[in-house]
Design a protein around this ligand. Structure first.
Ligand code: CP
Ligand code: NVA
Length: 307
């Protein structure tokens, strides 16, 4: 079993393909009841953006592993009053065993990683959402019995979730298709990085055509059209994104056994219809549950207690 002890996970590609596979395998065992302990260890959660799934799944994962969690609400800590990230990171690194940070800029996360002598986990930035992709890959594997050669189509904004999906897909040799409106394509540096680290089988399609992207796809995946921090742009985006809605018409182009994923929270009637999210192809609730199992595997691996 891989030991990732003391690694920072600032993006999904901070894991090698083998390490990612091992984490997913461990997550399966933990979900089946394997017991591991991080007794006496403390996880800090420093979240500058709202969160339900990430906050609660990390907290429950840690409690079930016998550890503790401290919620470092920025508005109740000095960092919210302007104490520098460097000073905050240095100090937190001396109390905590592991820290998950949800923030805007990837550079801020890197500052934490550079100055705290403990593993730092990206709990979502504007650039990436690696913990989400761990759960997504676990859900795909459970449902389709494989990751390599699976065609996953993501429709919507080519930002954080799409970026981690592209990189995770590259590590697992998947066929990733990203359909976005013009101007919302994924970051080209992420796409280039994915091509560099890809294993055999990886293919990437980036298109403006949702039907071409959805054709025979085994997974359809969507996310909100307006991410946290961009709310002032929400109304103007709706007409641009409407052709990318995951609805029954789009499902007809996909593989007949297609599974539908959404990282949540969902805006029903925008990026996904009620009928689809509640329908027989939807796996979004299993996907949300898998956040907890996947993050448990990540925590124990980073703390070096994974066997
Ligand atoms: N998918 C996800 O990260 O959800 P939260 O924003 O609720 O944590
Ligand atoms: N792209 C979304 C993901 C939410 C989990 C956001 O950043 O708000």
């Amino acid at each position: 079993m891989t030991t990732l002890a003391q690694r920072d996970i600032l993006g999904i590609a901070d894991l090698s393909a083998t390490e990612l596979k091992n984490i997913l395998e461990l997550a399966v065992h933990l979900k089946q009841g394997k017991r591991l302990s991080v007794s006496q260890k403390v996880l800090g959660l420093l979240f500058y953006k709202a969160s339900t799934r990430t906050r609660v799944s990390f907290s429950v994962a840690m409690y079930q592993l016998g550890g503790q969690v401290i919620d470092l609400n920025p508005s109740l800590t000095q960092v919210g009053r302007g104490e520098s990230l460097v000073d905050t990171a240095r100090v937190l690194g001396r109390y905590l065993d592991i820290l998950a940070v949800r923030t805007y800029k990837q550079e801020d996360l890197e500052t934490f990683a550079n100055h705290a002598e403990i593993p730092i986990i990206n709990a979502l930035t504007d650039l990436e959402h690696p913990c989400q992709i761990l759960a997504d890959l676990l859900t795909i594997k459970e449902n389709l019995n494989s990751l390599s050669d699976i065609t996953v189509t993501y429709l919507g904004d080519g930002n954080n979730v799409a970026h981690s999906l592209i990189l995770g897909g590259a590590l697992m040799g998947m066929k990733i298709r990203i359909a976005t409106p013009n101007g919302y394509q994924p970051n080209i540096q992420i796409v280039e990085k994915a091509k560099e680290l890809a294993v055999d089988g990886f293919e990437i399609m980036i298109t403006n055509d949702p039907i071409k992207a959805a054709k025979d796809a085994q997974v359809l995946y969507t996310d909100v059209w307006t991410s946290m921090g961009q709310e002032n742009l929400a109304t103007s985006r709706i007409p641009l994104f409407e052709p990318y809605q995951v609805n029954e018409t789009l499902l007809n182009y996909a593989d007949k056994e297609v599974i539908v994923l959404h990282c949540l929270p969902a805006h029903r009637g925008e990026e996904i219809t009620d009928t689809v999210i509640e329908g027989k192809h939807s796996r979004v609730w299993e996907q949300a549950e898998n956040r907890m199992h996947a993050q448990k595997a990540l925590i124990v691996s980073l703390l070096g207690v994974n066997n």
